[in-house]
Design a protein around this ligand. Structure first.
Ligand code: ADP
Ligand code: ZN
Length: 614
């Protein structure tokens, strides 16, 4: 049976996406692979279809290694809905339930088994695999979220290191590692740690064209976020990432007070509450999850319409992975980030103060600098993002800089004035000061501190009176981003000159800055408030919209009965396509994307009934 056939029969999709087909064929033939695909790119089918094909060919069970215990129930439930025999083994099962799963697996009744790495490497589980292996019924290993094996990835899990045992103990069983983290360092680490040096690498384009990137300068970040949600995403599901647990709590409360359906999520919350909030986010519509980065890995909710970062993330890999959680259904989604000088200072401090080796810190600083470069960019964000992942592209027309090219001003003169002030103070007293004081001197503002240290007498006092504080702040951020100024977090965040300062002082390097939105006076667009009107993913006439609402209500009921998220039953896009077609017979339902054979059997009758009633 062809793989194309499994794609349409089981999953109801007409075509493979990007390299999916090549990957599937490679795995069915029994080779090893490394799959790099952006979040939302469609990694799951890359192992699910080979698993089904190989099982049908009598090759036995595929083991899916995943760190995501809290999501295994839903992942397996989604496969059941599609008619695939899947199961999971993890700590949420009783020993009796686990025993049942093991027996089914030994009998050959399971196509895909999901397990966490710590479970996989227990003597008991390995013995189980031994007996399957001896009978030629161990088909394949799919190692999901493979970047967890690398300390350069952003989710290092030591348990992943033990997975080398698979290759040694089950020689010849094909293995594939899948990840959305693509930087060269992590990738090489995965190949080495999992001994996949001879595996074929499939690297997809990392572009997510339906995501619109916007990065704004923080002023009142809470208000900025509220305005963004109210204007662009009323009633939508979204994720708001914050740096600290405390901030998560505060922000969630603020959103709730503003009438937004928000929930907090962070590692400090009780396990039960965390699980409950995650379930509600997945099962209900229009919830905004306010979270630390502890939330989100493996979340495959397709209709997340925005991902906001209220604090700057650590690096581009993290940013890209988090923003990638928006718009998996391919419909428009927003990635919105606010950032400011304080973020830069905080992130530097966290790196400097971490107990890691100097080599590690150096790598982390480089990664932070790349993110700063992205935030300060005046050209296409997507071109920058993709080039970070080694991809060339053209300006996208779907980021803030493309849509509203920022006014640019030449900050070279201001930069030199700031740097020479830092230099002169050093000369005068061998002392260093923080950003606020340096800016005061350049702007010629007399304060207690300028008086105390006699800085009013410096030759640079007041040389930059024409600049606003906002402008100078922007210049400083840019200087930090280009490493022409270093923030010394061990010494009260004082500013220090670096090797690179000299080139700026000599005027050899230009400092280009984006004009602050406040100063350029650009007015954000105001969209109509949508209230309780149903939003459909495609344009529907009023009759179709009624059908769509009715179908959604029906789906919610089914999802509740099955204890699964609604999108596992049908995606919004599938319901909208049904509503548009107004089917009267089984034939009319053929060919709608997302309806496989099993779902057609299970739900066609009900779907036709709901449609006929509206
Ligand atoms: P990833 O794991 O790479 O983040 P998923 O495997 O969750 O991405 O896939 C993202 C979404 O794209 C899912 O909703 C999935 O059903 C859908 N998808 C994947 N492959 C296809 C395809 N060939 N045709 C249509 N939809 C697809
Ligand atoms: Zn762009």
């Amino acid at each position: 049976m062809s793989h194309q056939h499994i794609l349409s029969e089981v999953f109801g999709y007409a075509e493979f996406r990007g390299p999916q087909q090549a990957i599937v064929e490679h795995m069915v033939r029994g080779h090893d692979a490394l799959v790099l695909m952006p979040t939302g790119g469609g990694k799951s089918l890359c192992y699910q279809i080979p698993a089904i094909a190989r099982q049908r060919a009598g090759q036995g069970v595929t083991i899916v290694v995943s760190p995501l215990i809290a999501l295994m129930h839903d992942q397996v439930g989604a496969l059941h809905e599609a008619g695939v025999a899947a199961a999971f083994l993890n700590s949420t099962l009783s020993s009796d339930e686990a025993y049942q799963v093991e027996q089914r697996m030994l009998r050959g009744d399971i196509t895909m088994l999901y397990a966490a790495p710590e479970r996989l490497t227990t003597p008991r589980f390995l013995a189980l695999l031994d007996s399957l292996f001896a009978n030629g019924k161990l088909s394949m290993f799919a190692i999901d979220e493979a970047h967890c094996v690398s300390q350069w990835g952003h989710d290092f899990r030591p348990e992943y290191r033990a997975l080398t045992v698979l290759h040694e103990r089950f020689a010849g069983v094909p293995r594939m590692a899948l990840t959305a983290t693509a930087d060269a360092l992590t990738r090489d680490d995965i190949l080495e740690r999992l001994q996949l040096e001879n595996a074929r690498a499939f690297v997809s384009s990392f572009d997510r064209p339906n995501i619109r990137y916007t990065i704004v300068e923080k002023r009142d970040s809470t208000q900025q976020l509220l305005r963004f949600i109210e204007r662009e995403h009323e009633g939508d599901a979204g994720i708001v990432y914050c740096q600290s647990r405390r901030k998560v709590e505060d922000m969630a409360q603020t959103l709730v007070d503003a009438g937004i359906n928000a929930l907090p999520y962070h590692a400090g919350l009780d396990n039960k509450i965390r699980q409950k909030h995650q379930d509600r986010f997945l099962r209900e519509e229009g919830i905004v999850m306010v979270a630390t980065i502890a939330f989100g890995m493996g979340i495959d909710k397709p209709d997340v319409r925005f991902v906001a970062h209220i604090d700057m993330p650590k690096n581009i890999e993290g940013y890209y992975q988090e923003t990638g959680r928006g718009g998996r259904d391919g419909l428009p989604a927003d990635a919105w980030m606010g950032y400011g000088l304080q973020d830069v200072v905080n992130q530097r401090r966290m790196i400097d103060e971490s107990p890691a080796s100097e080599e590690f810190k150096q790598v982390m600083r480089g990664k932070l600098d790349a993110l700063l470069g992205l935030a300060e960019a005046t050209d296409c964000r997507r071109v920058r993002l993709l080039s970070y992942f080694g991809e060339q592209s053209e300006p996208c027309g779907n980021c803030d800089n493309c849509l509203h090219p920022p006014a640019i001003w030449d900050g070279t003169d201001a930069a030199r004035k700031l740097l020479s002030t830092i230099y002169r103070i050093q000369q005068m007293s061998a002392m260093s000061f923080g950003a606020g004081h340096i800016m005061d001197i350049v702007r010629g503002k007399t304060t207690d501190k300028t008086t105390q240290y006699g800085h009013g007498a410096l030759s640079t006092f007041g040389v930059g009176a024409e600049f606003s504080e906002l402008q100078l702040r922007g210049v400083l951020r840019q200087l930090i981003a280009m490493s022409a100024v270093r923030v010394d977090s061990q010494a009260f965040n004082t500013l220090q000159l670096t090797e690179q300062s000299r080139a700026v002082l000599r005027g050899e390097v230009q400092v280009q800055l984006r004009e602050s939105a406040a100063e350029s006076g650009r007015k954000p667009k105001r969209s109509a408030r949508l209230g309780t009107v149903v939003k459909a993913p495609i344009a529907l006439d009023s009759d179709a919209l009624l059908r769509y609402s009715a179908l959604k209500a029906w789906r919610a009921e089914v999802a509740r009965e099955h204890n699964l998220p609604a999108y596992v039953i049908f995606h919004d896009a599938t319901l909208a396509a049904i509503a548009q077609r107004a089917p009267r017979s089984l034939d009319d339902l053929q060919g709608i994307s997302g309806i496989g054979t099993k779902k057609l059997e299970a739900y066609a009758h009900e779907v036709l009934r709901v449609v006929s009633l509206t």
